[in-house]
Design a protein. Structure first.
Lengths: 291, 490, 330
């Protein structure tokens, strides 16, 4: 009984100590959202969560638990839950049919709530869903591409959207590169933007490359992208001999091999000639004894 | 005894063949207490070196003082030094043979032995320096001939083979003699000796055809070994000169290394001459004249070496290019300046001055001077390898302290000293098994002297003397065969 | 009001208890791990790897944590040695450093060290504080391997353990390296490192199959250096230093595509970037033809490096001050 008492007191004391050194205070947090729509019409919301302890700078919030909601009239419908990665980033694939409000906008709300480290915070996104279609002839020598931005009106008609800035890019290994210095064209009445790709952009060994039209981070539409392969690039042939016979290469230049062979071969020939002669000395032994 | 020696003679003419033979063979017959103690001490040092190497093998090269900046240290410096010494044999033996310098005869064996031994251990040094000695077979499996290191491997193997043959060829008649005289002496390990001498004598009987063949083979070898020797030290310099590093990126490096090698190698030969002359009582054979002549050779080589030093340092010092300038400042007035100037003045300039005087070419003085040269050459190798590595193009910034400095630690010293005592062990064993003079050549030399003297006594006019001496010389080189043929017939 | 406080306190208490429990657990775990680690050190000599996957002790007893999040990158089977030696056909990788943007934060080095599980002193990409002359401006210069097109290092390798691939990358095959250190001597940029002793690496890393494309698990007696992260490139990702740079200093890309990308995902035309900024390569006169370009530190937006601080800032790290000159021991 006594032992139990002592034990419980000790536990309490230890716990009190624990209280004094671990004054948990939640970090401030903030969320940044961006929307992107790809060629295959998949819609993705990217979230970047930043956290800030008092007196420190904002830094990416790792392992923050956040939830994505779609706004349906005044309610919030949960789409998915997610945890941020090491860079404080996460994303969510949106369903195809998002509830739209009267202005044909869709709304996404992202919440950070009930997290043990971060204070609650939320962020909202309200955008219009537009389609970006591209037309091109892959072998067109003029390299002209037409990008069309359309939206579906309330009555179900497809209508071009005008004055949307569209940027034209080419796909490169690690990102998309502006196709020219002036690579932005605004859509006309019909929602069309026409762009002529410059000559001489390197493609692959057959001149193939991927061209991209994109509405970049628009306040009203987010990022909407559409891409297509074409043969407009400059042909970059494969190296004829990627592993040449060089001093630095895996195989030696013939000149070096021949020179070394002659030099060392000559010396070793002399050695072997000598061994041959010495063998003869040995075999001559008997002869001389007799003579 | 010394009174009877002609002051300017190469080999005492009045010595009989028998005396020469016995004088040469005698030291190989007894293993005195001092030899045993000496070998014991050497074995202890070598054992300690082996222990240090095993320690290094178990724990990696991290046990040495080498780090990322100074990635080559004492081992590679010693490698270059040992390879340098190996040039002695070629120089004294081959070059003097080819130029028909008859006075070389009593010292060729010593020189050739130095070559053989220093190459043996010089070749081992880079293997000790390897991070993965277990993968040495990769040199054969994946070998790239573009690598200077590969040239080193090929050259050293070729030179080692060559110098082993070159050491052995003149030994063949002597081995026959040793074999035949074994029965009359009380030598240790008789059976082993018998077997060894018989094997090495390859059935030498001293027949005319055998002499002819030996002459032919010797001539070929003498010619072949010289370019091989030059190539070895040239490619050793190439492992440095083929890089872009300030201090190594130098076109004079090939000849510079060859000159340095000859300079240190010939000095080592003189040291060995002094030692064996004393220990083996060869004063009759290795005379003041030999020292005087070898002193002149070393003097000439030191002058060449000094000249190349001038080129190697004065040219960049005049220009003071940025990176090279940093290195040169460090060598001339920085942390390496003491060693650098001691090397230049103490072991190059000072020996030149001393050796200019005949009194500076006496055995005692030369022993001192050549010790200086040997140590100086070693330190100079270190000064070529290490300071350059400490002066890369990009500054050494924010690295652990031990990366930015270098001084060999106990492992490296132990292994290096072990290798050095290994050299001495092999020399001792050799000297206790084989005659340290090429007996038949010395006998021949004595005969030449004898004939010369006779010619001088007979001759009345100077011109006639010369003519006669020459004709006699020619005769004797034919007659030699008959003299030495006696070897085989007991 | 008071009641509210009490309630809060209770809640805090609860939280704290949980916190405390967690902490004690961690402490216990660390101790246990330490004990096991010690046992291992004593029982099996030479094996210096720690049992704890994330915490590794350096030779001088300091702790560094390996970021195991990087480990998932290596789950995929590495390419064969033959493929790793050939490289990716049709590519020529280049790196560009915009020195005007570099503020010397060394985040690139950190990212690289995390990706390759290097010991803290192995800076495959090293940020130098440069000052070319007394009168010229100081600047920061990050320096990876230059992956030269005329590489002095592959020339001198006697066994072909270091080689140049068709995509321009110079790699090391640690399973072939004999440890002669010719390459360390030959590299004029002090880019290479040598594993002098048994490598210090987490067990999880030591168990990954070796590939020249990521250079680990390390082996004693072999050399290592920056490899342009070819295992990342194969996944379409950029090297760790590029993505790890918060200043968008580093651009990486394929010269054949004439495009380079930085950590913000901005892709620009390589030839134009080089032309507009009059790019240069470090020590062009050496003729090594580096695949790394520098844009001069013009109109620098960040404070210049303090040259006085060289070697001093890491003093508490056990590293004593040193600089290029004046402290060499002979």
């Amino acid at each position: 009984m006594n032992i139990m008492k002592i034990f419980s007191i000790t536990t309490a004391a230890v716990l009190l100590c624990g209280v004094s050194f671990a004054q948990a205070q939640k970090s401030e947090s903030s969320i940044q959202l961006s929307f992107s729509k790809k060629t295959d019409n998949s819609k993705i919301v990217n979230a970047l969560v930043m956290g800030k302890k008092s007196g420190e700078k904002f830094s990416p919030a790792k392992n923050a638990h956040i939830s994505f909601y779609a706004k349906k009239e005044k309610e919030l419908v949960l789409i998915t839950k997610s945890i941020t990665d090491g860079q404080g980033k996460t994303n969510a694939l949106l369903p195809k049919d998002l509830p739209l409000d009267t202005g044909r906008y869709f709304g996404i709300t992202v919440k950070l709530e009930n997290d043990s480290v971060y204070e609650n915070s939320e962020e909202e996104l309200r955008l219009k869903d537009v389609n970006l279609a591209i037309q091109l002839n892959p072998h067109d020598t003029a390299r002209i591409m037409t990008a069309t931005v359309t939206e579906i009106t309330a009555d179900g008609n497809v209508k071009g959207v005008k004055d949307v800035p569209i940027n034209f890019y080419v796909q490169r290994l690690f990102g998309i590169m502006p196709a020219a210095e002036e690579h932005t064209v605004n859509t006309n009445e019909k929602g069309e933007a026409v762009f002529s790709f410059p000559k001489g952009i390197p493609g692959d060994t057959a001149g193939n490359m991927t061209v991209v039209a994109r509405i970049d981070d628009n306040d009203m539409y987010g990022t909407v992208e559409s891409q297509s392969p074409c043969a407009w690039g400059k042909v970059v042939p494969l190296e004829k001999d990627p592993f040449p016979r060089e001093i630095w290469g895996a195989q030696a230049p013939w000149g070096l091999i021949i020179t070394l062979s002659i030099l060392y071969g000559g010396v070793w020939f002399c050695y072997f000639f000598m061994f041959f002669q010495l063998r003869k000395i040995k075999t001559e032994e008997d002869l001389t004894v007799n003579s | 005894m010394s009174k009877t020696i002609y002051p300017d003679s190469n080999i005492p003419a009045e010595l009989s063949v028998e005396v020469i033979r016995e004088d040469s063979l005698r030291p190989t017959r007894k293993w005195g207490r001092s030899t045993q103690i000496w070998l014991g001490c050497l074995l202890m040092v070598a054992g300690w070196g082996l222990y240090a190497y095993i320690h290094q093998l178990r724990h990696g090269l991290g046990e040495t003082a080498m780090r990322n900046y100074v990635s080559w240290g004492l081992y590679i410096s010693t490698f270059v030094f040992f390879i340098g010494i190996s040039h002695s044999g070629t120089l004294v033996s081959a070059i003097l043979r080819i130029t028909k310098q008859d006075w070389r005869m009593p010292i060729t064996r010593i020189a050739e032995l130095m070559t053989f031994v220093s190459l043996l251990f010089g070749g081992i040094m880079p293997i000790i320096d390897l991070g993965r000695p277990d993968r040495i077979a990769n040199l054969v499996i994946f070998g790239r001939v573009q690598s200077p290191l590969m040239w080193d491997v090929m050259s050293i193997l070729t030179y080692f083979t060559g110098s082993t043959i070159f050491l052995w060829l003149p030994m063949i008649p002597d081995m026959a003699l040793s074999r035949d005289r074994l029965t009359v002496c009380d030598s240790r390990f008789k059976k082993f000796r018998k077997w060894l001498y018989t094997k090495l004598a390859i059935g030498w009987t001293g027949s005319k055809t055998q002499w002819k063949r030996l002459e032919l083979v010797m001539t070929i070898m003498t010619i072949v070994i010289i370019p091989v020797a030059v190539s070895v030290h040239t490619v050793v310099s190439y492992i440095f000169a083929m890089t872009l590093r300030p201090g190594w990126n130098s076109t004079v490096f090939g000849p510079y290394f060859v000159a340095g090698a000859l300079y240190s190698g010939s000095a080592i030969v003189i040291l060995a001459m002094v030692v064996f002359r004393k220990l083996y009582h060869l004063e009759k054979y290795i005379t003041y004249r030999h020292f005087d002549l070898m002193g002149r050779v070393v003097l000439a080589l030191t002058l060449i070496y000094a000249y190349l030093n001038l080129n190697e340092y004065w040219i960049p010092a005049y220009k003071m290019a940025t990176a090279e300038g940093h290195l040169l400042h460090d060598l001339f007035s920085g942390s390496y300046s003491t060693a650098f100037w001691l090397c230049q003045f103490g072991t190059v300039l000072f020996p030149i001055i001393v050796m200019c005087f005949p009194k500076g070419r006496t055995p005692g003085m030369l022993a001192f001077i050549c010790s200086l040269i040997a140590v100086g050459a070693w330190v100079k190798r270190y000064l070529i390898v290490v300071p350059t590595l400490l002066h890369p193009f990009l500054p050494i910034q924010d690295v652990p302290q031990d990366w930015a400095q270098y001084f060999p630690n106990w492992v490296e010293w132990s292994v290096t000293m072990g290798a050095l005592s290994g050299i001495l062990i092999v020399i001792t064993l050799y000297a206790k098994l084989f005659p340290m003079m090429s007996i038949w050549e010395v006998v021949h030399g004595a005969k030449v002297e004898e004939n010369k003297r006779i010619a001088t006594e007979k001759g009345e006019h100077e011109e006639e003397e010369l003519l006669k001496a020459e004709s006699v010389h020619a005769k004797t080189s034919k007659g030699k065969t008959t003299i030495v043929m006696a070897n085989g017939n007991k | 009001m008071q009641e509210d406080n009490k309630k809060d306190n209770k809640k805090d208490n609860k939280n704290n208890r949980r916190d405390f429990l967690r902490k004690s657990l961690i402490t216990g775990g660390v101790l246990a791990a330490g004990a096991i680690g010690l046992e291992k050190v004593f029982s099996k000599e030479g094996e210096k790897t720690s049992t704890d996957d994330t915490t590794v002790f350096t030779r001088d007893g300091k702790v560094f944590r390996a970021d195991m999040e990087c480990l998932h990158e290596y789950k995929a089977p590495p390419v064969t040695n033959e493929e790793a030696r050939k490289g990716i056909a049709g590519k020529k990788f280049v790196m560009v450093f915009d020195l005007a943007k570099c503020d010397g934060c060394k985040k690139c080095t950190e990212a690289c060290q995390a990706m390759h599980f290097t010991e803290p002193d192995r800076e495959w990409i090293k940020v130098y504080k440069m000052k070319d002359a007394e009168t010229t401006a100081p600047y920061y210069m990050p320096k990876p391997c230059f992956h030269c097109d005329n590489p002095p290092c592959t020339k001198v390798c006697p066994v072909g353990a270091t080689f140049k691939r068709q995509d321009g990358i110079v790699l090391i095959d640690d399973e072939r390296c004999i440890g002669c250190r010719s390459c360390l001597a030959a590299c004029p940029y002090s880019t290479r490192f040598f594993n002098w002793s048994d490598p210090i690496q987490p067990v999880a890393v030591a168990n990954i199959p070796y590939s020249p494309e990521h250079g680990f698990p390390r082996q004693r007696g072999t050399s290592e250096k920056c490899d342009f992260c070819p295992h990342m490139i194969r996944e379409g990702k950029m090297p760790a230093c590029v993505t790890g740079c918060p200043m968008q200093t580093i651009y990486f890309g394929d010269q054949n595509e004439d495009a380079v990308t930085n950590s913000a995902g901005v892709t620009v035309k390589l030839s134009q970037l080089l032309e507009d900024n009059s790019a240069y390569r470090y020590m062009e006169e050496l003729g090594t033809e580096p695949r790394v370009y520098y844009l001069p530190p013009k109109n620098r937006k960040y404070p210049k490096p303090d040259m006085e601080s060289i070697g001093k800032e890491k003093k508490d790290d056990g590293k004593k001050p040193n600089s290029d000159m004046g402290n060499m021991v002979m």
